[in-house]
Design a protein around this ligand. Sequence first.
Ligand SMILES: C[S@@+](CC[C@H](N)C(=O)[O-])C[C@H]1O[C@@H](n2cnc3c(N)ncnc32)[C@H](O)[C@@H]1O
Length: 279
Amino acid sequence: MGPTDKEIKDAVKEKYGGLARGQSSSCCGPSKSCGCSTGSNMVDAAKLYAGEDLSGIPSEAAGFSLGCGNPLALAGIKEGETVLDLGSGGGLDCFLAAKKVGPAGKVIGLDMTPEMVKLARENAQKMKAANVEFRLGEMEHMPVDDASVDLIISNCVINLSPDKDTVFKETFRVLRPGGRLSISDMVWLAPLPEAVKSSLDEWAGCVAGALQETEYLDKIKAAGFADVSSQRSTFDVGEAAEGVEIGGMKASELAKKIASVRVQAVKPRRRTHRPDSGF
Ligand SMILES: C[S@@+](CC[C@H](N)C(=O)[O-])C[C@H]1O[C@@H](n2cnc3c(N)ncnc32)[C@H](O)[C@@H]1O
């Protein structure tokens, strides 16, 4: 039997709480190896966010990306918009979005790990970012009003939820009609070994909870979204995976089964009745 939802959430909070306190250094990717930005230097974040203006963002925030892509790249953020970031971590995506929405706009970062929210609030103070707020809460029941958000972004977070259907229903609820979803996340390209799927370490490492790409997109459509599209890039675990075994498999082999996707979708302007979306 696999881990319970509570065990998964506790493992995720423990891992990301430790990262926020600087007591742990691994991030998303097969455990003991790390294919995304390590959070330990600016170079990795600069690579992940090539084309974004990182100026004015304190190095503590810019060097603390635990994401697996850049959800802002295709989001088309406009001045004055309200943006919600699911699983905001140290706040980097929120700060980049805040620069784009300007003083007339607003960015809300949501994270369930208290240490992450504390870190992000400290970073916001250093940046004097007045149009960003960080809320403690779970994306399965967001502390956000109905139809109040123009754009939802998220970077390597939804795979961590044991209840993704509810996350996408909540996402649909809080977006305004015509609102957009722009997320980066991990998906798998081939079935994962059972030992990996039931490992709490791999859940917290963004691997065990990842879905196959088609299943991921189908869940978004089932929540009521239209114009669902995705772009895939392979996941490079690099030299850190050398000699590492996970669930009886080489980490470098496991990494070939995983990819990072950038997904776009729109909440239709006209309501269509969907029994499973609550609308
Ligand atoms: C891999 S990190 C990504 C952080 C950030 N998006 C980034 O790119 O640096 C995942 C984050 O999602 C948060 N998280 C995981 N599950 C969550 C949930 N169910 N609700 C809210 N936040 C969650 C974790 O606390 C952690 O800060």
